[in-house]
Design a protein around this ligand. Structure first.
Ligand code: ATP
Length: 447
């Protein structure tokens, strides 16, 4: 993990947030390469959900959330972790991080009983600071999908099964954020809520587990590094009938990458008005606050509250997994080593680096700039001009940040419109004509 963290900082993927003031625990900033990688991962998810499925629609909702949403979702009551205090050093821990009743920080065994600690952040809304005027920072993106159910149903004329997908920030006041970007207090989720007829839920759940495994494989996370874990009944979240966690072998151990839950009719049932007219199977709180009936009519004209399957993945955990898989240290023929980030081409922050052979040769640099602009207009993603004058160093740098192709422009280019393309993984160099660049990149970047 340390090597990966160091590469992320050195090359501008990920920095500690508020670093110049000593940092803010559990928060990270994504630098020039990190933001590209993150956007590419999110785009891959969005494409696989929204663009590839006519019955899945997108949403981008607000982060600030009405208290009532989190009350009726059950989060005010239950979204907590058991917390233990060390009476000696005053540190706080999640109970499951403590072994043999010993404080991990100072070794004392003078610890408090565990008590629930609600993980939701509150913030004041409006100019008056009092206990009534607060909103929650959403702890998951899911709830606003449920509260927008009727809006989306009506505006898209959808019928079951259909889904709503959302990518966005979520906030949890984790007791002990740790393991780099694995457990943080501010993160992004990629969540789908897939609504089905009750009775079709189990089949849909199985199908989504398989689809999500296939997707992770396409992002470069191999199946042999993944375990499926069925959460035992007594550990299930209050809304869940069954949850399968996709567990990945992170550098610090096997932990959850994504959870796929069968949330039954709990959420729509909880947020709905006139609950007594609906045949809700889950145990829900009485709701006299909502003004919307979150149900659909079945063939017989009766109200039916859909069941929902939720694949919910963390962007940061996804980044950690793809970076961990991509990170390779190779020994070369001359016994030197190179670090190479073998990211899948669609995830690479920079798709092509164009390198003039000579830094100060005006003709070569101008030609290289033209070629950079040509490749840029092909819209594969970020293309850079790397004018350091040191080809070897440029190759090493782009190996480390995962650039799949370097295009070198030299004197021959000026004569015959050909360039050298160097492949990141094989380090092979081939000469091709500029007019063939588009086809070459189409074939190799879109894999
Ligand atoms: P954990 O048991 O690890 O705390 P969870 O079961 O609470 O996770 P969910 O509520 O199922 O997590 O959230 C869905 C996904 O959101 C998780 O699979 C994970 O990828 C991501 N996630 C949840 N909490 C965090 C966090 N504190 N930091 C980063 N990602 C998170």
């Amino acid at each position: 993990m340390d090597e990966l963290v160091s590469l992320c900082k050195r090359r501008g993927f990920i920095y500690q947030s508020s670093e110049i003031y000593g940092g803010l625990q559990g928060t990270y900033d994504f630098g020039p390469l990190g933001v590209e990688l993150k956007n590419n991962l999110k785009r891959a998810w969005w494409e696989s959900m929204v663009y590839e499925n006519d019955n899945i629609h997108g949403l981008d909702s607000s982060i600030l959330t009405n208290q009532l949403v989190m009350r009726h979702s059950g989060h005010e009551e239950t979204f907590s972790d058991p917390m233990v205090d060390c009476k000696k050093c005053k540190s706080r821990f999640r109970e499951d991080n403590i072994t043999d009743n010993v404080c991990p920080s100072c070794g004392s065994n003078d610890l408090t009983e565990s008590r629930p600690f609600n993980l939701m952040f509150k913030t004041n809304v409006g100019p008056v600071e009092d206990n009534a005027n607060f909103a929650y920072l959403r702890p998951e993106t899911a709830q606003s999908i449920f509260t927008n159910f009727k809006n989306i149903l009506d505006t898209t004329s959808s019928s079951l099964p259909f889904g709503i997908a959302q990518i966005g920030k979520a906030f949890r006041n984790e007791i002990t954020p740790r393991n780099f970007i694995f457990r943080v207090r501010e993160f992004e989720q990629m969540e789908l809520e897939y609504f089905v007829k009750p009775g079709d839920d189990e089949k849909a759940h199985d199908a989504w587990v398989q689809k999500r495994l296939d997707w992770w494989k396409n992002q470069g996370v191999p199946i042999n590094k993944i375990e499926l874990f069925e959460v035992p009944t007594d550990e299930l979240a209050h809304y869940s009938k069954k949850t399968i966690d996709i567990m990945y072998e992170f550098p610090h151990g096997v932990e959850e990458l994504e959870g796929i839950a069968n949330r039954t009719d709990f959420d729509l049932g909880s947020h709905s008005k006139k609950q007594e007219e609906l045949n809700i199977n889950s145990k829900v709180l009485n709701n006299s606050d909502s003004n919307s009936r979150l149900a659909v009519k079945n063939e017989d004209g009766e109200w039916l509250v859909p069941y929902v399957i939720e694949p919910s993945a963390g962007v940061e955990r996804g980044l950690l997994a793809v970076l961990n898989e991509a990170y390779n240290v190779e020994t070369l023929e001359d016994n030197k080593t190179r670090i190479v980030l073998k990211l899948k081409p669609h995830l690479c922050p920079i798709k092509v680096a164009v390198i003039p052979l000579k830094k100060n040769d005006q003709q070569i640099v101008e030609k290289a700039t033209k070629i950079k602009n040509i490749i840029n207009s092909m819209s594969f993603g970020r293309v850079v001009l790397e004018n350091t004058g040191n080809i070897g160093k440029s190759y090493r740098k782009h190996d480390e940040i995962g650039t799949p192709y370097c295009v070198t422009v030299d004197f021959e280019t000026l004569d015959n419109e050909s360039v050298t393309i160097r492949d990141r993984d094989s380090m092979d160099q081939t000469r091709i004509n500029i007019e063939n660049l588009n086809n070459f990149l189409q074939d190799n970047l879109n894999t």
